[in-house]
Design a protein around this ligand. Structure first.
Ligand SMILES: [Mg+2]
Length: 389
């Protein structure tokens, strides 16, 4: 079997709002075609237009080869060899950042293709050891442009998530810092008040996590709020500090009992090794597309096992990324949850309509898929309807 064509589709939600922190409003979907008629599907979470240009740009010298040209004519079943080839041949431009995100989309598509060719779900090809089920947490981004609107929207979403059967939910409280909702700059004490209200709404049984999206510039300011949040029993606090402040993460992690989670923007096992060993974080959050695909995400998960850390994959795109996270979690012993943006609670029509079939919750859990590959089916109509380039 040979790869015959690489196709990339950029999607944009017509109702997108550039003042909110939701990358689910755009997408790049890649398809890898073969001479056997089998097609693999992948996506990644970064600038979709730039990624498409990068994948299809020409090769001009041997340290910056075109990903498209590199894959054409290759055997798609040689997943790890192709990862290595893509990484080495694009290293000058792409050994971090968008270049790895692009490899991630293609690698997910290669795993989907391989599973379809061999008649196996991806998780069965990743490991002999597998988990009985996968537990998603509902990732909740409120709407609204004022503190009051954001608070009441988030409480409503907590209640909806509970109704949908989720046993865990993450509160996206983005009311100050560089990525705040609609430019809000509220006091840190307001974060604590919103968490308290959400805990009251959720009840004591529901597992709650908190994402503050890089709110603080120094670890002692973060510590002050994390100590005030202690009574609400948060499972983790996500990205309290900037991505590159590894020493700040280490100091904070060493001084709080709440788990710290980070890593949604990082690329490759190398950055996760630094985050874990120098940053002392408790939970690493690779996004499967951004970290370099299923191949690299599994390497990160395996490394975290050796360092006794948990993995909770980031996912804020579509059912394609969720499927990739489900397969990783099924094949890894240290993934207690996966991030799950419920389509019922998403404002993005891409999230709601991109797939014809996707994984459903059954009493708060996802049972392991038995279909070959990722086990999902694209809604081709959505690719046309939300075409963004
Ligand atoms: Mg986040």
């Amino acid at each position: 079997m040979k790869i015959t064509k690489i196709e990339s589709s950029v999607l944009l939600a017509p109702n997108y709002d550039s003042e909110i922190a939701s990358s689910a409003q755009e997408d790049i979907v890649v398809k890898i075609h073969t001479d056997a008629g089998i097609v693999g599907i992948g996506e990644t979470d970064t600038n979709s237009w730039a990624t498409k240009a990068y994948i299809h740009s020409p090769s001009t010298h041997n340290m910056s080869i075109s990903l498209e040209h590199l894959l054409l004519g290759e055997d798609p079943l040689e997943t790890e060899a192709l990862w290595e080839k893509m990484y080495v041949s694009t290293a000058m431009t792409g050994r971090r950042g968008l270049g790895i995100c692009a490899i991630g989309a293609l690698d997910i598509a290669l795993w989907d293709l391989k599973g379809k060719a061999l008649g196996k779900p991806v998780w069965k090809m990743l490991s002999d050891i597998h988990q009985p089920e996968v537990r998603p947490y509902a990732s909740l981004l409120p709407t609204g442009r004022t503190l009051e609107e954001v608070t009441s929207s988030l409480i409503q979403k907590v209640l909806r998530a509970k109704d949908l059967g989720f046993s865990a939910a993450k509160l996206e409280i983005l009311i100050n810092g560089p990525y705040s909702q609609a430019g809000l700059q509220e006091k840190d004490s307001e974060i604590v008040k919103i968490v308290e209200k959400c805990r009251d709404a959720a009840g004591s049984e529901m597992v709650l996590m908190l994402d503050v999206a890089y709110s603080w510039n120094d670890w002692k300011t973060a510590l002050h709020t994390l100590e005030a949040l202690a009574p609400f029993g948060l499972y983790f606090v996500e990205t309290p500090l900037r991505s590159d402040d590894l020493d700040g993460y280490a100091s904070l992690a060493d001084n709080v009992s709440t788990r710290l989670a980070a890593g949604e923007w990082l690329q490759t096992r190398y950055e996760f090794q630094d985050l874990i060993d120098r940053g002392h974080i408790d939970i690493a959050q690779p996004d499967i597309g951004r970290v370099g695909g299923i191949t690299e995400a599994k390497r990160v998960a395996d490394y975290a096992v050796t360092r006794n850390r948990l993995i909770i994959p980031h996912c804020w795109k579509s059912g394609i990324g969720i499927a990739a996270a489900v397969h990783l979690a099924a094949a890894s012993p240290n993934v207690p949850y996966i991030e799950f943006l419920p389509s019922e609670l998403s404002e993005s029509p891409i999230r709601r309509e991109l797939l014809r079939t996707e994984f459903k919750l059954n009493r708060g859990i996802i049972t392991l898929p038995s279909e070959p590959g990722l086990g999902i089916e694209l809604n081709e109509g959505a690719l046309e309807k939300y075409k963004g380039d």
